[in-house]
Ligand binder design. Structure first.
Ligand SMILES: [Zn+2]
Length: 364
């Protein structure tokens, strides 16, 4: 198929998490020369498909075929792949069926490669993501087939196609502080211990404060308070307990231990409990590795732009791939309408993304 008809076909497959919309079977049939392994786990459909052209390094393209539900507020059919005003509309056009289309076509057309080319695909990235990419990585570990480098084709560009790749991501740590007091009558504050008054004395040292300075790759890790609650919504009782919730998107310069120390510095005089839960760990791929140099050069060749190396934004499945010792980066189309109504991209961006991936395969 031609690239844009292929893109439209993939958009039209309704693949809301964890449904793959039949896309994994389609991809197997689209790459008849590749060896396909289905690594389904707990109802989640996953595919690893590869071709060994020669001895040499293993380059993997990774992504998800699932999309978030379309939701309300669309001016076109979210699964119609409607082309209008220079855009192609549809749920997943940016996140990340453009990426899947571009690398699928690029690997299909590869005649030669110095090593192994593969695709790692899941239908559960937008959901719990526990039996998707992780299941395939478990399989690759067992088979001793872990890639050397990986490109996750999530949408990374900000204003212009080619302006940003992701070479890492911040982690995410959620915290809950509970502070006991002694409930009492508002008219007799001396007989009670009001946890709001206690916490108010230290809050300005904590809320919105940077836990580290950041560095050339990461923004500072900020202590972001998300909720404070106490009391019973009355004016004559002071509360016996206060609960404060927070989140830290952490760089490699802060971790659970440094957050514990930070909280303790201000709460040490009070009896309190702290619970931390790390939902993602930060990672960073060295900008001097082969995959970063190769994709930078390919983007510059196709667009004339030197992409910035970003670690901003939320998490992606790259967080699971990096700890396996794989040099992982993310690159895809602009991301200004992801998860929104009327998600759309341009055919030109999809063409350019495909051209970048072809160039990476040729020059890796
Ligand atoms: Zn995505």
């Amino acid at each position: 198929m031609e690239l844009i008809p292929l893109f439209k076909k993939i958009i039209q497959a309704k693949s809301e998490t964890p449904d793959d919309g039949g896309l994994l079977d389609f991809i197997v049939s689209y790459l008849p020369d590749f060896d396909a392994v289905r690594v389904d786990r707990n109802g989640v459909k996953n595919l690893f498909i590869f071709k060994k052209f020669s001895e040499g390094e293993h380059l993997c393209f990774a992504g998800h075929v699932d999309v978030v539900p379309a939701g309300e507020g669309w001016s076109v059919d979210p699964y119609g792949a409607v082309e209008k005003d220079g855009f192609i509309y549809g749920r997943g056009t940016q996140d990340m069926k453009s990426g899947v289309t571009a690398f699928l076509q690029a690997v299909k057309e590869a005649d030669t490669f110095n090593g192994t080319l593969s695709l790692l695909l899941t239908s559960d990235e937008e959901g719990p993501a526990k039996d998707g990419t992780l299941a395939v990585l478990d399989y690759l570990k067992e088979q001793n087939m872990m890639p050397d480098s990986c490109i996750v084709a999530e949408p990374t560009c900000e204003h212009k196609f080619g302006d940003a790749i992701k070479i890492g991501r911040r982690g995410s740590i959620n915290g809950v502080i509970e502070k006991e007091g002694k409930q009492g009558h508002a008219a007799y504050p001396e007989k009670a211990v009001n946890p709001i008054h206690k916490v108010a004395q230290v809050l300005h040292h904590m809320a919105g404060v940077n836990l580290d300075e950041g560095d050339e790759n990461f923004a500072p890790s900020k202590f972001v308070v998300t909720d404070i609650r106490a009391g019973m919504e009355v004016t004559n009782v002071t509360p016996g307990k206060l609960k404060m919730m927070f989140n830290v998107r952490n760089s490699t310069n802060s971790d659970q231990a440094s957050i514990e120390a930070f909280v303790h510095k201000y709460f040490s005089e009070m009896n309190y409990t702290l619970k931390l839960d790390q939902s993602a760990y930060p990672f960073m791929t060295d900008p001097n590795t082969k995959i970063v140099r190769t994709i930078d050069a390919a983007i510059e060749k196709v667009t004339g732009i030197k992409p910035k190396h970003s670690t901003a934004g939320g998490t992606s499945d790259a967080r699971y791939i990096a700890p396996c010792g794989v040099d992982v980066i993310e690159f895809g189309v602009r991301n200004d309408t992801i998860h929104a109504p009327n998600e759309r991209t341009t055919p030109q961006e999809v063409e350019k993304l495909y051209a970048v991936f072809k160039e990476v395969i040729a020059s890796y």
